[in-house]
Design a protein. Sequence first.
Length: 306
Amino acid sequence: MAGGNQLLPALSDELRELRGSIDLLRSQVQALAGQVAALEWLVRLEPSGTPVADGRILTKTLYGTLLYVSADDRLIAPHLILDRVFEPEVTLLLENLVQPGDTVIDVGANIGYYSCLFGRKAGPQGKVFAFEADPATCDLLRDNILLNNILGWVTYRNVAVSSARGTLKLFRRKRYHGNTSIIRLHPQVLESFGDTDEEFEVPCEPLDSLLANYDRPVAVVKIDVEGAEASVLEGMRELVRGNPGIKIVLEWALWAIRDAGGSAEKMWGLIESLGLVPLRIGAELTPTSLDELQHTEICYLLLQRR
């Protein structure tokens, strides 16, 4: 009995030492995990760009999507090659909004930066509709959808989304490819950017018509069409009415709204007539007002039902 009593303090000391060793090991593992995470982030931040055929560069975004970009594009390509992300706050919001199985619409899909992100997030049980008006840019959109192996649930179409069916005259910027617009800039303005433009026509159609036979709920719509946003909203009234949970991410560019024949007041009235409330996208979502937007040259808005 006496020998057993002598063993207890020794065992207790050994257990204390063992607990201390375990705590030390745990803290070392946690420190190593933090270092690994930091290294992984640094690797992700490395520029990504490999020249391939036909004047294209292959990039990989921070979100894992692969994208071909045009080597002579001065608008989107530099960001994707050096930063591996474009419009980071908008990208983060949209990446969080889209959930597996969602239906998403990308109006003004450009090369497919957002369309491919949507396709990866929505997955095979979801559906993504990508609309791009510029035929040359739509070729890149198609190839990027194929590159990411999402063609099974991401469909693309070379059409301008508008308020009515018909034909639309657009102006393609030669060097700033993402700025194709219904607005023709003055030659002096183009010259200041080292750019020129060319005119072309493309079929146009409203979203209410394009999705007339689609009966699944629509979760998210992204609209970035360089001044034609009001026309797109006019052409999707039924879509908004039939999808009470819809979220719309929209570019607000005051100069483009005005040059397209609109005004901040008309745009605000259109948003209200659809029963939507705008929030300004930034580091966080914040309420906004007509007065604020009348003095905001460019920002992105999240529109949702009241």
